[in-house]
Design a protein around this ligand. Structure first.
Ligand code: HEM
Ligand SMILES: *[C@@H]1O[C@H](CO)[C@@H](O)[C@H](O)[C@H]1NC(C)=O
Length: 345
């Protein structure tokens, strides 16, 4: 241990001399880890900003507290933003980039257009962080921190969050159109979309539990009400009184932007009610209900387990969020730490 300490600090000093001569060093002590890959270990780890930006957690949480107190739904919108980031070229903040000469923004993709939100809150967090620790905390990490903080502030689980992602210099509207599953997906489709990201059925069911908070637009569930199978009939797995209620929010023509809670029983509380509603035929999206009725793999059993045992759900949700947050991060000297999350430096 003593030897390790000495060699550690010597290496750190050598490293500091080296990095201080660089323009924008990806400054972190993890670089000196030489565990088995020639000193080139760029993994994420929770203490990444311990020295470079110790206030990061307080700053993120204080902005979130204010934003969510002002509008409870903001927690849901921020949680979803991290998902839509990670499923498109990894968790690299590509979703935050606006149109520019070199960028076609993902904000206009089919899953995102008229739907995704929370950018102002991310901007505010970024501005406060740039004041406290300039050019240090990446926008990709801000999205991950905002997703965790939003979950906690809504009553959900906390988890140790690996950090150290860097930001992309590119976006992919085709990736956004092709990699984020649509709400009328079959269960087999959902599993395939998740498998492509290295996520399994357990992750699919647990992460779908995010739909315990937030809302969806009529256009996202209209097919279920009026023409589920191309026969002008509603989805027969929809419970009757729930179905009638939805038709009043979501008429057969028009009203596409009318909204309905994903968990109508407790729309702002992160709990396991979402899974109970699915058991009662009251899941809002087709992609929610098919986790029970889709008859592939063991998702039905998982829905039942999470409906019965909230702690089991919370525990798995935390694990699956870490797994999702680890999808293809940019590390080391690749990418950059954006100064403004909406544009490359
Ligand atoms: C399993 C596949 C999924 C599908 C098909 C899906 C689809 C959707 C759709 C269609 C909406 C409503 C959008 C609108 O109508 O404007 C929505 C909302 C939401 N989704 Fe998902 N989603 C999935 C997985 C996830 C995951 C993995 C997360 C987070 C980890 C998530 C978090 C949310 C949240 C929190 C909302 C509410 C957002 C708000 O109120 O602003 N979803 N989702
Ligand atoms: C899902 O909706 C899209 C767009 O409305 C449609 O083209 C597609 O056929 C639907 N898929 C299923 C499985 O119903």
């Amino acid at each position: 241990m003593a030897f390790f300490r000495v060699s550690f600090s010597v290496t750190v000093m050598v490293f500091l001399c080296f990095t201080l001569s660089q323009a924008h060093p990806p400054f972190n002590f993890d670089w000196v880890d030489s565990g088995g890959n020639g000193g080139g270990y760029f993994g994420l780890f929770p203490e990444y900003y311990q020295y470079s930006c110790p206030a990061v957690h307080d700053i993120v949480m204080s902005v979130l507290e204010k934003a969510i107190a002002n509008e409870a739904r903001m927690a849901a919108s921020l949680l979803r933003l991290h998902f839509h980031d990670c499923f498109v070229q990894g968790c690299d903040a590509s979703v935050l980039l606006d149109d520019s000469s070199s960028i076609i923004s993902e904000k206009q993709s089919n899953p995102n257009r008229n739907s995704i939100r929370g950018f102002d809150v991310i901007d505010e967090i970024k501005a406060r962080l740039e004041e406290a620790c300039p050019q240090t905390v990446s926008c990709a990490d801000i999205l991950a921190l905002a997703a965790r903080g939003s979950t906690v502030l809504s009553g959900g689980p906390y988890w140790e969050l690996p950090l150290g992602r860097r930001d992309s210099k590119t976006a992919s509207i085709s990736g956004s159109n092709n990699n984020i599953p649509p709400p009328n997906s079959t269960l087999q489709n959902l599993i395939t979309f998740f498998n492509r990201q290295g996520l399994d059925e357990v992750d699919l069911v647990a992460l779908s539990g995010s739909h315990t908070i937030g809302v969806a637009r009529c256009v996202s569930f209209k097919q279920r009400l009026y023409d589920q199978n191309g026969n002008n009939q509603p989805d027969e797995t929809l419970e009757r009184s729930y179905y009638y209620g939805l038709t009043s929010v979501c008429p057969k023509s028009g009203g596409d932007n009318n909204i309905s809670p994903l968990d109508f029983a407790s729309p702002a509380k992160f709990d396991n009610t979402y899974f109970k509603l699915i058991l009662w035929g009251q899941g809002l999206l087709n992609s929610d209900e098919v986790l029970l009725t889709g008859n592939v793999g063991k998702t039905m059993e998982l829905v039942k387990s999470y409906a019965e045992d909230e702690a089991l759900f919370f525990n798995q949700f935390a694990k699956s969020m870490v797994k999702m947050g680890n999808i293809s991060p940019i590390t080391g000297y690749n990418g950059e730490v954006r100064m403004n999350c909406r544009q490359v430096n």
